[in-house]
Ligand binder design. Sequence first.
Ligand code: KIV
Length: 264
Amino acid sequence: MSLRRVTTLDLLAAKREGRPLTMVTAYDWPTGRLVDASGVDCVLVGDSVAMVVAGRASTIPATLEQMIYHGEIVARAASRAMVVVDLPFPLQHLGCRTAVEASARILKETGCQAVKLEGTAGQADVIAAIAAAGIPVMGHVGLRPQAVHQLGGYRMQRDIDTLLADARAAAEAGAFAVVLECIPTEAARLITETIPIPTIGIGAGLHCDGQVLVLHDLVGLSLDRVPRFVRQYADAKLAISEALLAWREDVLQRRFPGAAETLG
Ligand code: KIV
């Protein structure tokens, strides 16, 4: 495996060559190190940090300062994967200047390589302005969790014409890739075949150019119910709980510390 940093050109080449792309979220030093070492193409510092790390009910409360705090840690932890940091709500809706200023802060203060923003075709001008500033930008269409209240919940988005128009607008505005969240498989296939940039799916079926999952869902560390499109590859919640119970019991029974953990 090459140790050179993954670039936007690598992602584009992967699409052309039909090599599936992988992206996983990370929010801190250990998860940044582990996700990077797994060989994924991109590490996403998602605004999902507000839910899976901070226990908020949605991603809406995530702030720019919080994204910069977590982004800086993960960008230091990851030496090979492209680090992408989410632009938190509502910065992409406050005009091009505000969005460019916030994206530039993220790039300068975290050391990441790209930003991601949720949006429809209505945010194409913002994507274009960020890209024109030399900041790689990833789009995010379909279910946009920042718009959960407007969308009536975390529901599959089924309007194929709108989905295609949104993804096409992101590509034409200069996005280097686009996340497709919670859309029908056939819509994802059509978008993937139509637009020239990589599509990275979550709950969007097998026909995307790549897949992304939230780390805590993937390793079984999410405490609440996970979406049906998640496959859980480990039970980290169980492993942590069992370790804590065993340690507490050892302390209660005076089995910890033992000779090996006693310094003198
Ligand atoms: O914030 C996040 O983790 C995301 C992924 C679900 C794509 O945007």
